[in-house]
Each structure stands twice: as structure tokens, then as C-alpha cells.
Design a protein around this ligand. Structure first.
Ligand code: 0A1
Ligand code: ZN
Length: 863
């Protein structure tokens, strides 16, 4: 029987409307940590000042902490109490000094929040609410303090001691320990606190800021990884220069350190002056990292660096404002990456990512606005909506204002809110003021969830073209009825006969449910190019024919629109194939052929344009997903493309095969990309020599892009070379966890029918562990997005995921919760699959001792 005491507590809901300013501020913090993996003593001295009229006590958040001693103004007190996990201290005056002491055990911290051990070193992760696992504190982002940190640790085991800000003093003790003191002069919220103690080597660099200050840069890794850090260091320097040039933002401390750790819940963390990274976003050399990895490293290094202004100098008032720093910072890192290579390809990749992760989120049970109204567990809100849709909102404002006014708005924002905790509203108000525009209706983007659908139809009569636009925002949980939003749509018309543009591009602000735009003097039949550059994160439904789309795929002058026309053409063909079991492939084959033949096109663009939409994206277009039918339709089209254009693929493949040594240049990357795409189509054609071709590439490769590209082709094949390549790969990289992740992931993404069984067996492999988030994601996360494999009709995929998540939740609830969403897609499937998915969600919700992270995701997914 369940008695009241052991009944699981229903977690408390946090609501945006409940925001109240903090009752106490903490202008200064001094921490003294005696670091030890089994028992770390943490002494904290907080200078607190009253921020409330009433005689409010001081409330300090804690998680898993027991106070060992508490003093107020130097005197030990015992009139404190615990209310749940909060330490409550009655205080009479307006300013006091509070001292507390606790003990924590980093080596037992499997959640990787707070102070934890990774690879023999000690490190921290405090965003969003990890600081309360280190010491008692008002752990909320609007309490900004300056930090003085003293660390003592065994010198042999932890020779390097790092914290936020600048180093001020260090020394040795007689007992084999040493100590270091760091001071961060910039007031910061507790989520930006960090320290690292470890045996680490450093790749050092320097950067001279625009105003002539020398900054010492350091990338800290285990000594054997030092040769893999140059790319990250180069990216950091580029990012620092870019932020000065493009946003006028200079770095503000004397040192900037980055530490790479193997066990990390997310990608990286922007702690002031001491970024801590998942090692996958730092370590790269040609033998172990793909071009995609290299690009991601530069993007994440830049992202975290950019947070120094968008996040740290100006932080968030509360966690409902998370997109204030994340949306803006993603927008900034996207701009940085676009400037490093092909802006068109970067935009295509970003939109593909948005469609793969954010659109499904916005269409499912976990949909939430960019500024959410409530949450149970804030870690669940580090979502694609907050990050990537948030970035699209900033991009739309930049489009509406134009570059000069947008920069003025950003300057005003940084100037006005420097050193404070701000809101999304503050940001929009700055844009409005600097841009001299009215963004009142635009603000709906922050409060309304769901991907707007725009239908567009173009009529031509005499010399006049009329474009009719209608928008509709689908209902999402808690939001049944929506208002029309402001959608900036870049539009251009092209003449169907001449292929020439009919007038310049226009920016239309669609802000009503229905709107018509008339174009005069249109002599020939116009073809509509709409949402160019993906100017608004919406779905377009148009009355354009396959011939119109093929025309745009050949003639549009906006590279994104050109890519998009091709994607739409492919998508329509795949949807028809999935529904009818058969489709006419000729239009796609011709359009792909012409794209391959167009000498004016950048090979990197071609490689993106000729790729088919993913199985899941096809599924997202259908009211009911039939995974087998989608798989068959896509394989059929891939096969036809492979066969019909076989000479082209082979010529391309040869043309981009080089004997020159590996280079990381845009041209060399484009060659590798298109060559691997060509290899995929050669294999899809069913050519007898495809597996040998892939295996030859696999064996000869002098870089991971080619090696993994070949392996990805081989894992889909029935050839014996598949096993051979997997074994060679495994043996070659045994002991390199980041590459073994690729080995797991590539198999989990295989198109072979036996993938579910292979994945189940891999979960028992000696190298598989749930304790490392990268490894868990590489197998479980990858499998769950392999639409056909995960959704096999007997429900084994669902059961596998639920089993893994229940096990993982005990170690690391955040990572478990992040992997749950694929089970919440049940509404999109047939009744049998839906019932199987729901049964697994119910099993998860019913599990004793479930974390609130996983509880929130699973229970919301059932609604
Ligand atoms: N602010 C980081 C993301 C981040 C969030 C939570 C973490 O803790 C588990 C770690 C990182 C960023 O945007 O990069
Ligand atoms: Zn971020």
C-alpha cells in the first residue's frame, strides 16, 4: 500500500507570471573549497543585502546539501530551518555576512550537475540550477555577485586549478596540497560559476583586443589530446575578432580559458572566463574528426564566446527568458559561421536542422512558446524552440529593421542592460526604439507556439498578377486559438518563359489572416519565389506545379529558394510515393541532373541540393506516418536517381577524388561532401561494385570525413565488406571515445532491416555505457530518429527506448529526459503503434522514483 509519506510528490509548477524580484541580493561571494573527489568541503561567505521592505528571511537554495555550520556576521547561529531543500535564515537587519559550510561528493555525482568528476578531473556545471548542489545560495539568474574563489587540492593529482575571472594568487602547502585564488570582477549569476581542478595540458594563444588589451587564451585538455586543439584555438581567435567587427563587442578579462571534458550533458557552457566544453566540440584532427565536426567545433566555440556579451554581461532575469541569451547567441553564431564559408550552404544546413528538430517539437505534445509560460524542470526547456526558433525570431527582426538599424538596436541593448538581468521584452523594445518600428504584433512570436502555415496562390490576368496569402497557426497544448502573426516574407516573381526576374525582390509583412498583393505590368506568366532565404520560420503551401518548382530549381537567383524548390519537388514526389505506393520520378531526376550539370553552381551547394528530404521530414508532411511506405518510397526514388544519373555520379565521384593531402579548406570540404553524396547514390543504384568502391574509399581515406562517409554507405549494404569495415574501424579507434561514438551512431542509423536487433545487441557491448551522455546519445538517440527502425510494428523499438530511459534516469535525469520526445509522436501513427507508444510512456510515468525531468517529458507526452 502506498502511504502518504512515500507517495511521489507532484513536482511544483513554475510560472512566468509568478516572477517577483529577489528578497535579498548577494553583491559578493567568497568560496573556499577543499577539493577531494570523495568529500569536498565548501565554505561560502555571502554578503547579503535586503531587497524587500518586509522582514523576509533569507532563503538559500540547496539540493542534496546538509548545513555543517552556519554563522551570521561572524557568530554561529542555530535559529535556521530547512523548508524542503531550502535553508531559511531569519535576519533582522538590512545587510549581513552569512557563512555556511557543506560537504559534497563529486565522484558520486552521476547527474553531471554541480561539482563532478570526469576522466579523473573535477569540474562544474551550474546552468541552470547546479550551483545549489555545491553550496547554499539564491540560485536564480537575477542575483548577480562578484566571486572570489579559493581552491585547495592535492598537487600531484590536480596540478591545475582554474576558476572564473583572473588568477590572483597561488601557493603550496606542506601537506602535498596547493591552492589558487581567482577573482571575477564582473557581477554574475550563480549559473555562470565554474571551477576546474585537474591534470591538464594547455594550448596557449594570445589575442589583442581592438582597444589594445592582451588576452591570454588557453585550451585545456588531457596531455595526449593537445595536438587536437589548434582548430578550436583558431576558431576562438576568429570569433573574438568577428564579435568586435560585427557587433562592436570586446573581451573584458585578462584570460579566457576553455576546458574540454568527456562527460557533459550538453555541448558546452559559457561560464565567465572559463568555458567548459564537451570534448566533442574541442578535439579535432583529420584522422578523427569529420568536416561536420570541424564546423560544429568552430560554431560552438564561437557560440560560447559570444555569450560573454549575450548572456554574461547581459543575462536573463528568469529562466522563462532563456531565449533572450540563447536565441540571440545562436543567431550570432550562425552569422559567424556564414561568414567563414558559404553563407548559402550554412543557411540550408540551419533550416534543415530547424525542420528536423524544432518543427516536430512545435507540432507535438511538448510544443511551447519561445518564451514559455510554465515548467516543472527548467532543464527540459533547453530546446530547439528556445535556441533555434529563438534565433529565427532575432533573424526576422534583423530582416525587418535592416542591418544598420539592427546593429543600432543591438548596441542599445548591450549599452542599456550591461551588468543586469534582462527580459525578451527588453530586447524587443530596444529593436523597436533603434529601428523606429512598431513591433507590438511581432511580439506574438514570443508567446504563441506552433509553426505558422502560409498558403500562397498566384493568379495572372492580363498584365496583373495577384498573390493571395493566408496564414494559420495550428493549435498547440494550452493554446487552442491563435492570432495572426507578423511574417516577413521575401518574395520575387520570375517569368516562366524568359526565366528572368520580373522586378526586384520585395519584403512583404504578412500580418493578417488573409492578404492580397497586386503586381502590375506583369507581361508573362509569373512563377512565385517566396520565403526566400527562409525569411520566416513557416511552412509554405503553394499552388505551384511540379513544373514551376523544377523551373525555380533551375532559375531562382536566391540559393536558398533554389534549394527549397528542389526539396519541395522531391517532397511532393516522396509523399505521392508513400501514399500511392508509386510516383513519377522524372521531374526530380531531370532537376537533379540539371543541378549536377550547372557549371555556375558551387559544389558544396550542389551536394546539399541533390540530397533527398529525410524519412522523418516526409513523415512530418503526412497526417499518419507509415514508416515502411515512406522508407520504400524514398529508397525507390534514391534508386532511380542513382540509376538514371549513374554516369554523372561516377564522373563526379572521380572528379572529386584527389591524391592531394587532406586540407580543411572550403573547396576541399565541398569535394569531400559531393563525393560522399555521389557514393551514396552509386550505392543506391544497386551497382555491383558499390560496396567495393566504398570499401576502397574507406581503406584509402586519410581523413574521417571520407572514412565515415564510406562506412555510412557500407553499413546499409549486405556485403561482407560491411562487417569487415566495422571491425577495422572499431579496432583502429579502440580507446578513442569520440570516434567510438561514431561507430555506435553509424550502426544505429543504418537503413538495414536488422537495425533494431543490431542496436539491441550494441546496448550490451562492453563499450556501451549510460554513464557517458555522448555514448548514450550516439546509440539510443540516433536509433530513435531512425524512423523506420524505431517504429517497427511490434513496438520493440519503443520498449527498448523506454527500458534505456528508465535505466538512464537513475544516473542522469537530464540526459534521459532529452531522449524521450520520439515516444511522444504517437498521435502521428496508426492506432496499433500509438497504443504501444502510450503503453511505454505510461510505464515510464509509473516508474517509482522517477526524476521530475523525465516525469515532465513523459507525462506531457501522454496528454
Ligand atoms: N548555455 C549553454 C547550454 C547548457 C545548458 C545547460 C547545461 O547544463 C547541463 C550545459 C550547457 C549553451 O547554450 O551553450
Ligand atoms: Zn548558448
Amino acid at each position: 500500500m502506498l502511504d502518504a509519506l512515500s507517495a511521489p510528490a507532484i513536482p511544483a509548477v513554475h510560472r512566468r507570471e509568478d516572477y517577483r524580484p529577489p528578497a535579498w541580493l548577494v553583491p559578493e561571494v567568497a568560496l573556499d573549497l577543499a577539493l577531494d573527489p570523495a568529500a569536498t568541503r565548501v565554505r561560502a561567505r555571502l554578503t547579503v543585502t535586503r531587497n524587500s521592505e518586509a522582514s523576509e528571511p533569507l532563503r538559500l537554495d540547496g539540493e542534496g546539501l546538509t548545513p555543517l555550520s552556519i554563522s551570521v556576521d561572524g557568530v554561529a547561529v542555530n535559529d535556521w530551518r530547512m523548508e524542503g531543500e531550502q535553508l531559511v535564515i531569519p535576519l533582522a537587519g538590512a545587510a549581513h555576512v552569512i557563512e555556511t559550510e557543506v560537504e559534497i561528493a563529486p565522484e558520486r555525482n552521476t547527474q553531471l550537475m554541480g561539482l563532478y568528476a570526469s576522466g579523473g578531473n573535477l569540474c562544474t556545471q551550474c546552468e541552470a540550477e547546479g550551483f545549489r548542489r555545491i553550496t547554499f545560495f539564491p540560485d536564480r539568474p537575477d542575483v548577480l555577485a562578484t566571486y572570489r574563489v579559493r581552491m585547495t587540492a592535492d598537487k600531484a593529482r590536480y596540478p591545475v586549478l582554474l576558476a572564473n575571472g583572473d588568477p590572483v594568487a597561488s601557493g603550496d602547502n606542506d601537506d602535498g596540497t596547493h591552492w589558487a585564488e581567482w577573482h571575477d570582477p564582473f557581477p554574475k549569476p550563480s549559473y555562470l560559476f565554474a571551477l576546474v581542478a585537474g591534470d591538464l595540458a594547455c594550448n596557449r594563444g594570445t589575442f589583442t583586443t581592438g582597444s589594445g588589451r592582451e588576452v591570454e587564451l588557453g585550451i585545456w585538455v588531457r596531455a595526449s589530446d593537445l595536438p587536437k586543439t589548434d582548430h578550436a584555438l583558431d576558431a576562438l581567435k576568429l570569433a573574438m575578432a568577428w564579435d568586435e567587427r560585427v557587433y562592436g563587442r570586446e573581451y573584458d578579462l585578462d584570460v579566457f580559458n576553455i576546458v574540454a571534458v568527456d562527460d557533459f550533458n550538453f555541448g558546452a557552457m559559457e561560464n565567465k572566463g572559463l568555458n567548459i566544453f564537451n570534448s566533442r566540440y574541442i578535439l579535432a584532427d583529420p584522422d578523427t574528426a569529420t568536416d561536420y565536426d570541424y564546423d560544429a567545433i568552430a560554431a560552438v566555440v564561437a557560440h560560447e564566446y559570444f555569450h560573454n556579451w549575450s548572456g554574461n554581461r547581459v543575462t536573463c532575469r528568469d529562466w522563462f527568458q532563456l531565449s533572450l541569451k540563447e536565441g540571440f547567441t545562436v543567431f550570432r553564431d550562425q552569422g559567424f559561421s556564414a561568414d567563414q564559408g558559404s553563407a548559402a550552404v550554412k543557411r540550408i544546413e540551419d533550416v534543415r536542422g530547424l525542420r528536423a528538430s524544432q518543427f516536430p517539437e512545435d507540432a507535438g505534445p511538448l510544443a511551447h512558446p519561445v518564451r514559455p509560460e510554465s515548467y516543472l524542470e527548467i532543464s527540459n526547456f533547453y530546446t530547439s524552440t528556445i535556441y533555434n526558433k529563438g534565433a529565427e525570431l532575432i533573424r526576422m527582426m534583423a530582416t525587418i529593421l535592416g542591418p544598420v538599424k539592427f546593429r543600432a538596436g543591438s548596441d542599445l541593448y548591450f549599452d542599456r542592460f550591461d551588468g543586469t538581468a534582462a527580459t525578451c521584452e527588453d530586447f524587443v523594445a530596444c529593436m523597436e526604439e533603434a529601428g523606429d518600428v512598431d513591433l507590438s504584433r511581432f511580439r506574438l512570436w514570443y508567446s504563441q507556439a506552433g509553426t505558422p502555415r502560409v498558403s500562397a496562390s498566384l493568379a495572372h490576368d492580363g498584365g496583373r498578377a495577384t498573390l493571395r496569402l493566408a496564414q494559420q497557426v495550428p493549435p498547440t497544448p494550452g493554446q487552442a486559438h491563435k492570432q495572426a502573426m507578423v511574417l516577413p516574407l521575401r518574395i520575387r516573381l520570375f517569368g516562366a518563359e524568359t526565366g528572368q526576374p520580373l522586378g526586384p525582390e520585395q519584403l512583404i509583412l504578412l500580418d493578417e489572416a488573409n492578404q492580397s498583393i497586386v503586381f502590375e505590368g506583369v507581361a508573362e506568366r509569373p512563377v512565385l519565389s517566396i520565403n526566400r532565404g527562409f525569411s520566416a520560420p513557416v511552412t509554405i503551401e503553394s499552388d505551384r506545379t511540379a513544373a514551376d518548382l523544377a523551373f525555380l530549381a533551375r532559375n531562382d537567383d536566391d540559393p536558398f529558394a533554389r534549394y527549397e524548390a528542389m526539396q519541395q519537388l522531391m517532397l511532393d514526389t516522396l509523399v505521392a510515393g508513400a501514399i500511392e505506393g508509386d510516383a513519377d520520378h522524372r521531374a526530380v531526376i531531370d532537376a537533379v541532373g540539371d543541378t549536377l550539370d550547372d557549371p555556375a553552381l558551387d559544389p558544396a551547394f550542389i551536394a546539399e541540393a541533390v540530397l533527398l528530404p529525410s524519412e522523418s521530414f516526409v513523415g512530418d508532411q503526412l497526417s499518419m506516418v507509415d514508416p515502411e511506405a515512406i522508407f520504400r518510397a524514398r529508397e525507390a526514388l534514391r534508386g532511380d536517381l542513382g540509376r538514371a544519373l549513374t554516369d554523372r555520379w561516377r564522373t563526379l565521384y572521380e572528379a572529386h577524388t584527389t591524391t592531394a593531402a587532406y586540407q580543411y579548406t572550403p573547396a576541399a570540404k565541398a569535394s569531400r561532401r559531393i563525393r560522399n553524396v555521389a557514393l551514396g547514390y552509386i550505392a543506391a543504384s544497386g551497382a555491383a561494385d558499390a560496396a567495393e568502391l566504398a570499401f576502397r574509399q574507406f581503406e584509402r581515406a586519410d581523413n574521417m570525413t571520407d572514412r565515415q562517409g564510406a562506412l555510412a554507405t557500407l553499413v546499409n549494404s549486405d556485403s561482407d565488406l560491411r562487417e569487415a569495415a566495422l571491425d577495422i574501424f572499431y579496432n583502429r579507434y579502440a580507446g578513442n571515445p569520440l570516434v567510438l561514438d561514431k561507430w555506435f551512431q553509424t550502426q544505429a542509423l543504418s537503413a538495414r532491416a536488422d537495425t533494431p536487433a543490431v542496436v539491441a545487441a550494441l546496448a550490451e557491448h562492453p563499450d556501451f555505457t549510460l554513464a557517458n551522455p555522448n555514448r548514450a546519445r550516439s546509440l539510443i538517440g540516433a536509433f530513435a530518429v531512425n524512423q523506420r527502425a524505431f517504429n517497427q510494428a511490434d513496438g520493440a523499438g519503443y520498449r527498448f527506448l523506454a527500458d534505456q530511459l528508465i535505466a538512464l534516469d537513475k544516473l542522469n535525469p537530464q540526459t534521459a529526459a532529452k531522449l524521450l520526445p520520439p515516444l511522444g509522436r504517437w498521435r502521428r501513427f496508426d492506432a496499433a503503434r500509438a497504443a504501444l507508444m502510450r503503453a511505454e510512456l505510461e510505464r515510464i510515468v509509473g516508474t517509482a522514483g522517477l526524476s521530475k525531468d523525465l516525469f515532465e517529458q513523459a507525462s506531457k507526452s501522454l496528454e
